[in-house]
Design a protein around this ligand. Structure first.
Ligand code: AMP
Length: 453
């Protein structure tokens, strides 16, 4: 019997959509099934009260543009470069680095010799992976690069972004965040917002005869004679010899396949993956005269000792001083809604903290602290929606950890090809490195390559 679809993709996250885009371009008949009403997963936007917010990722790397160029969508993405300002003890550091860095680092108490030494060691790492090849953890790479406490805090930012603990972050994160692995050394934001990224990928699939359906949940992957045979969905049964899952490795193995056909060793390996620390988002709209800087999308506030903060969070305590970020894409795109910019504040929930009143109180403390990075922020707010880590799944549709599986030296990434024939996995858990948008896109591209041989 002729099957209607060559490939079924479970979940319209960046990995699934990118895989689908490449496969449909070479003539494969692709069907993407997304359970929620919005595509994009952790790279998507929502509109509340007329204001649009990115509910997951808001930081993209120029390396992604290469992939989009291969799909002829790089121009449509309209990427805009932006700056990141990191605040630590009243001092500021701006990335991407430029000549301003020398002035900024002297503000960190570093003399010319120390700055030159730092520059040299950064080059050694970013060009030759001089330290990350040698050491296991990101922490250890930072030890080699600088002993300046303020700078060390800032270099640990990956722990915040991935919800991982600094001493468990794999060393490859250093080059990933500051170097050329994916091009995060030149971050960009799409002119039309983060949702534009999955929308363009879906466009490629549709232009090439594929389908992307929303509000359809996959409940089961059928296996026949040890091979993928199709899926059971809330809309009925659909046959296909190849199924790519973007629903997360644990969900795929234990819920969708129910362990069938996987060895005990493989299942044990999958079980070990742990989610990252959870994030809270405060979505705000504020008057444009609050004091944001044009072209600056991200403001990062660092506590005096980020490792101490993680130790508190890890043991379930509210830290003395939290780390938080404020993203203001409108200050890059120049868009305004009702004379306002939108901004999203993020901070981490202490491990295991489920009391909403405790998290909400912390949210209010964080809001008050934003004036330290945007001078008139608090008095300029005209709209505010706090979505705590506890509410994320219900409100937005996914758990609030940025990387669904924490980056950790304790486990290696999976291959795209699962041990059952015809089943593939894409997203943050699988190769290549990093739980970020760029790595998710890359996982989809590589999975498509693997399928096409
Ligand atoms: P991400 O977490 O960004 O990689 O995105 C994963 C996407 O897969 C999200 O949009 C989820 O809503 C979607 N998803 C997860 N499980 C299923 C499922 N069983 N059926 C359909 N879509 C799913």
């Amino acid at each position: 019997m002729n099957k209607v679809y060559d490939i079924i993709i479970i979940g319209a996250g960046l990995g699934g959509l990118t895989g689908g885009a490449f496969l449909s371009r070479v003539g494969k008949k692709v069907l993407v099934l997304e359970k929620s009403k919005v595509i994009g997963g952790r790279c998507s936007s929502r509109i509340w009260d007329g204001f649009s917010f990115d509910v997951g990722a808001d930081y993209f790397a120029k390396g992604m543009l290469k992939t989009f160029a291969r799909l002829d969508k790089d121009i449509a993405l309209r990427p805009l470069g932006f700056l990141v300002k990191s605040f630590n003890k009243g001092k500021v550091m701006t990335i991407p680095p430029g000549l301003h860095l020398i002035r900024e680092l002297s503000g960190f108490g570093m003399n010319k010799k120390e700055i030159a030494g730092f520059g040299f060691r950064m080059m050694k790492e970013l060009v030759f992976e001089g330290y990350s090849k040698r050491y296991k953890t990101n922490d250890r790479v930072i030890d080699e690069v600088t002993d300046n406490p303020l700078l060390r805090n800032i270099l640990n930012i990956g722990a915040f972004f991935s919800g991982s603990l600094p001493y468990k972050m794999p060393s490859y994160w250093f080059n990933l965040l500051f170097g050329r692995t994916y091009g995060y050394d030149f971050p960009f934001y799409p002119m039309d917002g983060a949702q534009r990224i999955p929308d363009l990928l879906a466009e490629v699939i549709r232009e090439n005869g594929g389908e992307v359906r929303t509000n359809v949940s996959v409940e089961k992957i059928h296996i026949e004679k040890n091979k993928a045979a199709g899926v059971k969905t809330t809309d009925g049964e659909i046959e296909a010899d190849i199924v790519i899952s973007n629903s997360g490795i644990q969900d795929t193995v234990f819920n969708l396949v129910k362990g069938k056909g996987f060895s005990a060793e493989f299942k044990n390996r999958v079980k070990k993956y742990k989610p990252g620390l959870l994030m809270n988002s405060i979505f705000t709209a504020f008057k444009t005269n609050a004091g944001t800087i044009n072209g600056v999308h991200l403001y990062c506030y660092f506590p005096p000792d980020i490792r101490e903060m993680f130790a508190a969070l890890h043991s379930g305590k509210i830290p003395d001083e939290p780390m938080f970020t404020v993203s203001v894409p409108d200050a890059v795109t120049g868009k305004m809604t009702d004379g306002c910019y939108t901004g999203t504040i993020k901070f981490i929930t202490p491990r295991g903290e489920k009391r909403k009143d405790v998290i909400l109180k912390e949210a209010e403390r964080v809001i008050d602290m934003v004036d330290r990075v945007i001078p008139n922020f608090t008095k300029s707010i005209i709209y505010k929606k706090i979505v705590t880590s506890e509410d994320y799944e219900d409100e937005i549709g996914f758990e609030s950890c940025i990387a669904p599986i924490a980056e950790s030296i304790e486990y290696k990434k999976m291959n795209h090809r699962m041990p059952v024939k015809g089943i593939y996995s894409v997203g943050a858990t699988v190769l290549p490195n990093g739980g970020c948008t760029a790595s998710s896109v890359e996982s989809g591209r590589r999975c498509a390559e693997e399928i096409l041989g």
